[in-house]
Design a protein around this ligand. Structure first.
Ligand SMILES: [Zn+2]
Length: 102
């Protein structure tokens, strides 16, 4: 099944503490995605021989249903549809109709 969200997409977070943020998708992990600067948590690490220890920031995946794609054409957070163009399945913006995958 084709995914509506792909790595490198600009997405807008629609719920949660990062609501309203527009960031880039770093990784798609099935139904969950890693989005830059979204769902960041601070982890305390214990000092080891290699590391001094301290606080590291980590990005945790969120469910992809929590974001909408930002259309490169109309710049709005939109729902995405699929259509076949030149025998290839491409995504298009349901708002302005622009094809997202070139
Ligand atoms: Zn659009």
């Amino acid at each position: 099944m084709a995914s509506k969200i792909k790595k490198g997409d600009l997405v807008k977070v629609m719920s949660g503490k990062d609501k309203g943020r527009q960031e880039k998708v770093l990784e798609v992990l099935g139904t969950r995605i890693l989005v830059d600067n979204v769902n960041k948590v601070k982890r305390h690490t214990k000092p080891t021989q290699e590391h001094k220890g301290g606080i590291i920031e980590k990005i945790l995946p969120i469910v992809s249903a929590r974001v909408l794609l930002v259309c490169p054409s109309c710049k709005k957070a939109v729902r995405v549809g699929f259509k076949t163009e030149k025998e290839q399945k491409v995504r298009f913006c349901k708002k302005c109709g622009a094809v997202i995958d070139k």
